[in-house]
Design a protein around this ligand. Structure first.
Ligand code: GLU
Length: 446
């Protein structure tokens, strides 16, 4: 059966539509757009920005989309999509053997959505057929089983949803997926990556979060490369653990695969926004190769056994300290029933010395307080200055080089899965690589 069997010219109007119909071209077909002696060959993409009805969008063989005006161009069908797609639509495919396929779970975000500009509505675009039209090369890498678990922007993510995602990932692993790819909005992808890292500790296969900074239907979207690399890593790396796979640089079609507890979105819009903090990526991937930076840890953890603890509490908080910060904020959290807070303090792990007595009182009342650094790179050391020493004496627990967000997710997880008196011990332990004994200079803060 052909994936793109239905005839369609999604989003095309006016001149572009007429020329495509005349040429017998559908979305997904390979076309040639010629301007005299210059011509472009690529796959016809759906068009969503309907402001200029003389433009067609094609995906070039290098993966980038370009918009071409057809006012002075001729359009020719090179090959129909059907000839290139031998497999059944993956959402309908049955009978995949264990390890033969990658499960792709969509949660929303730019990568999984198409914006209908006329209505402003966003709809999930992770049906197998949509994916295959976006990234036909996926067929050469792996069979896919797709599901749209939720369709939200990642700023709307919350601890209860982390649990839903963890359960969905776990059941795909139980069902025999070689690896799981989770398509996610980029804004809070690092939080979900940390959440899955704790919820599925000891997992024996790759779980890869992927997103895009520019939507898949825009020229120069990163969705295509990121998805291709994520599926390739999930199928071919045999590397256990939870990772984020996103563009490694602005121009290169290579993705960096970064541990889910040490990754951060460091730029609002660049395609290489995701950086490994206090560590290095584990691998670089492109369509042809997968290069590990750390050969020794490649391979399944035989008999490791996943410790599945998917619960997350909504009684944890994350607060960044700033000059002028009032103790009222921490007191309010405790009064409202929050059980603990991760502070992103200044420098080596400080807050104003005026807060120390109040913090000691809160700790004595059972409220948990952890210290990370808003510097992000490096680690807290609360033994260097008097303020740090006094905070330690007040019961604040330092968290080394743990990222503030990772510490917050870990606290939410620990509160849901351990008795309160064990939470400090859990927070201080390195469970999944979140707390390194020694920080690695990753040189990535420019
Ligand atoms: N802010 C939205 C989100 O994080 C869209 C941006 C994106 O997907 O990168 O889900």
């Amino acid at each position: 059966m052909c994936v793109l069997g239905e005839s369609r010219l999604e989003g095309y109007h006016g001149l572009a539509y007429r020329k495509l119909v005349e040429a017998g071209v559908n979305v997904g077909d390979t076309v040639e757009v010629s301007f005299g002696d210059e011509s472009f060959v690529g796959r016809l993409m759906p068009r969503v920005e309907s402001d200029d009805d003389s433009v067609v969008t094609i995906k070039l063989p290098n993966g980038y989309n370009i918009g071409l005006s057809v006012v002075d161009a001729s359009v020719r069908l090179v090959s129909p999509a059907g000839g290139l797609h031998q497999q059944p639509p993956v959402e309908e495919a049955v009978g995949f053997g264990a390890g033969e396929y990658v499960a792709l779970i969509s949660t929303g975000g730019t990568i999984a959505s198409r914006v209908e500009y006329e209505t402003g509505a966003v709809r999930p675009a992770l049906r197998a057929s949509d994916l295959m039209s976006l990234v036909p090369e996926l067929e050469g890498i792996s069979r896919l089983k797709t599901q749209v678990l939720m369709s939200i922007l990642s700023e709307d993510m919350k601890p209860a949803y982390w649990e839903r995602i963890a359960r969905a990932v776990y059941s795909e692993l139980e069902a025999g997926a070689a690896g799981v790819v989770v398509a996610h909005g980029t804004d809070t992808m690092g939080y979900t990556a940390a959440a899955l890292s704790f919820a599925l500790r000891g997992v024996d296969r790759p779980i890869v979060l992927v997103g895009s900074q520019r939507s898949s239907d825009r020229p120069s979207s990163d969705a295509y490369t990121n998805l291709l690399c994520a599926v390739k890593f999930a199928k071919e790396s045999f590397r256990p653990g939870v990772y984020v796979c996103m563009h490694a640089s602005t121009s290169d079609p290579t993705c960096a695969v970064i541990p889910g507890v040490k990754v951060r979105k460091m730029h609002t819009s660049r395609r290489d926004a995701f950086k490994a903090v206090n560590t290095r990526p584990v691998a670089f991937v492109d369509r042809d190769k997968l290069v590990f930076l750390d050969e020794s840890s490649k391979g399944y953890v035989v008999g490791g056994g996943v410790v599945f603890k998917p619960g997350f509490s909504d009684k944890a908080a994350l607060i960044e300290y700033y000059p002028g910060f009032s103790l009222d904020i921490l007191n309010w959290l405790a009064e409202k029933g929050y059980l603990g807070v991760v502070l992103a303090g200044t420098g080596l792990g400080h807050v104003s010395s005026e807060l120390v007595d109040g913090i000691a009182r809160l700790r004595r009342s059972g409220f948990l307080i952890y210290m990370t650094s808003q510097c992000l790179y490096g680690r807290v050391n609360m033994n260097v200055y008097t303020t740090g020493r006094r905070l330690l004496a007040a019961g604040v627990v330092p968290l080394g080089d743990m990222l503030p967000e990772t510490a917050y997710v870990k606290l939410s997880w620990a509160l849901a899965n351990y008795p309160l008196e064990e939470v400090d011990g859990v927070m201080r332990s390195n469970l999944v690589g979140e707390l390194s004994a020694r920080s690695v200079y990753s040189g990535e803060w420019t």
